[in-house]
Write a protein that binds this ligand. Structure first.
Ligand SMILES: [Zn+2]
Length: 417
């Protein structure tokens, strides 16, 4: 066994910091945690001295695109580089993201199951992965790849992955089954356009009918999958919530329909605002995307305030992929900049996020029985949330009891007693 001794503990449940703790790990799981005096160490426990540092659960990104590298159409369509090189870049992104303290990522499309298998086999380091594989939408929707000139690309970034387009109740049910067949852990779908979607399919334009969304969610549930729905505003957003989507991705215009927030709170629908991507789009994307992103920023922030007031769990998702990878904690900082308390933002990125991605029995809080996915930092993120972005301060990143980052002096052995 091994024990982290002396840290100030943030356990991910929202409870206040406990100073001077011990966390005992047996293999990949936590067996005991609490004030030092309350945790007895078995003989020959490896002691890791983390006195004065902060210990918190490994961070969770509820919406990433690990395999995406930019918004340039030629990159998005995979036209500029051989597939092998693209895959190696993606592997590097997995490693970078784990080094950023992210021990779990829910991928919002285009990462295939081979990456997850490689991580689980220990072939390559990366976060635990919850995959959606592709975005399901109708013809002309978010998952349908068309360019401004009218060219159409029927497959996703990887020609071996199923395309996301499905129409009609039967088509949608079959598509859900197809996604599960290729390894989807969660079913991603889109009921509106977005900031980065084609001209003519904007943030409040609806995609799918209620019968299709109902069939999709019913089929996903039958196969034991949660759902995540890209929806920004208007009737498509309402439809997704009314039909019971597991999480709303982006949800920028939620505050325009406050009754939806109550519905989300009642049915425990998570809200993943993804502020980071709009910060990006509002400055550097194509003109129609800049315009859309600027238009929604204030209402988006208001949506978060109202969601929290209504009791909706708001969790961080970066929507990384179009821009830099490995700075995922910027999203946690943005949650704080837009009005969350630091402790609430940490809970959002750990305990709540684990619930959102469906892994709450195994990760998200540092409590006995959970996997030892954790982060030790030199600094106090409750006082300065920016500490979570500063990898120079990272002392330990551990996943399932194994160190990935370890900048701590060599451990001592507890004498046999
Ligand atoms: Zn996304």
């Amino acid at each position: 066994m091994k024990a982290l001794v002396g840290a100030n503990l943030i356990d991910g449940t929202g409870a206040p910091v406990v100073n001077d703790t011990t966390l005992l790990i047996d293999g990949e799981r936590i067996v005991a945690v609490g004030p030092q005096a309350a945790v007895e160490l078995p003989p020959n426990t490896e002691i890791i001295n983390v006195k004065g540092y902060t210990l918190l659960p490994g961070l969770i990104d509820c919406h990433d695109h690990l395999a995406s590298k930019g918004y340039e159409l030629s990159d998005r369509w995979g036209l500029t580089e051989p597939v092998s090189l693209q895959h190696l870049r993606t592997a590097k992104v997995l490693e970078q993201t784990l080094a950023a303290g992210y021990t779990c990522v829910r991928d919002g499309a285009w990462l295939d199951v081979g990456f997850k298998q490689a991580v689980e086999e220990g072939l390559y380091p990366g976060p635990r992965l919850v995959l959606s594989v592709a975005i399901i939408s109708p013809t002309g929707g978010l998952g349908d790849h068309v360019c401004g000139a009218g060219h159409h690309k029927p497959w996703g970034d990887n020609p071996l992955l199923p395309p996301g387009v499905a129409n009609g109740v039967d088509g949608v049910r079959a598509k859900v089954r197809e996604m599960v067949r290729v390894g989807a852990d969660v079913i991603k779908f889109a009921t509106t356009g977005g900031a980065s979607s084609r001209q003519g399919h904007g943030p409040k334009d609806i995609a799918f009918g209620a019968d299709e969304v109902k069939a999709l969610i019913t089929e996903a549930r039958a196969l034991g999958r949660k759902t995540m729905c890209h929806a920004l505003g208007g009737p498509g957003l309402r439809m997704a919530i009314e039909q019971g989507a597991g999480s709303i991705e982006h949800g920028c215009y939620l505050s325009e329909d406050p009754d939806l927030l109550k519905m989300m709170a009642d049915q425990n629908t998570f809200f993943v605002p993804t502020f980071e991507i709009y910060e990006f789009h509002s400055t550097v994307s194509a003109p129609h995307m800049v315009e859309r992103a600027k238009a929604l920023m204030r209402v988006h922030e208001e949506s978060m305030h109202q969601a929290l007031a209504a009791g909706v769990k708001v969790v961080p998702g970066t929507d990384a992929g179009g821009y830099v990878h490995g700075d995922n904690a910027r999203e946690i900082e943005l949650l704080v900049e837009r009005g969350m308390s630091t402790m609430q933002a940490i809970q959002a990125a750990t305990g709540w996020a684990a619930e959102c991605v469906g892994l709450q029995d195994d990760i998200g809080t540092l409590t006995p029985g959970k996997l030892a996915d954790l982060l030790v930092v030199d600094g106090d993120p409750v006082r300065d949330i920016g500490v979570l972005r500063d990898q120079k301060r990272f002392k330990l990143v551990m996943k399932g009891g194994d160190d990935f980052v370890n900048n701590i002096a060599a451990p001592a052995l507890q004498p046999v007693g």
